[in-house]
Design a protein around this ligand. Structure first.
Ligand code: SF4
Ligand code: SF4
Length: 119
């Protein structure tokens, strides 16, 4: 594999509710587009499409498990920024594995990372 494994996954964007503090929609913060969120409490929003039984973030483009991208990558919420793929930093993220399993994908392995393949 020669590309980042998340680019052929996207499972976490179609599994969890993606919450953010409403301040994250401000230009001084991450600038998450307000129109792509919905209010869930006085101070909390969530990405549209993620607060339902079969979640899928409105900003997820592509086919989960094949080829995906985030259409607001530069302005994605903090929870997305802090969600690391397993072995990205050398550790296992069990939530990554759970999301992948829900889409019929096996857990990431160290060998899934480009650096492990010399690419
Ligand atoms: S904002 Fe982007 S990274 Fe975050 S859940 Fe949605 S598609 Fe995924
Ligand atoms: S579930 Fe894991 S591998 Fe898949 S996109 Fe999310 S962080 Fe990346």
């Amino acid at each position: 594999m020669s590309k980042h494994p998340c680019l052929s996954c996207g499972a976490c964007c179609a599994f969890f509710r993606v919450s953010l503090h409403w301040l994250e929609t401000s230009a001084e913060s991450y600038g998450v587009p307000l129109a792509l969120t919905e209010r869930v409490s006085p101070h909390q929003n969530s990405m549209l499409g993620t607060g339902h039984a079969n979640p899928s973030c409105i900003s997820l483009k592509g086919i989960v498990g094949e080829s995906v991208s985030c259409t607001i990558y530069e302005n994605r919420p903090g929870s997305c920024r802090s969600f690391s793929a397993s072995y990205e930093d050398g550790t296992v993220n069990s939530r990554c594995a759970v999301a992948r399993l829900s889409k019929g994908l096996g857990p990431l392995q160290p060998s899934d990372w480009p650096a492990a393949n010399g690419t």
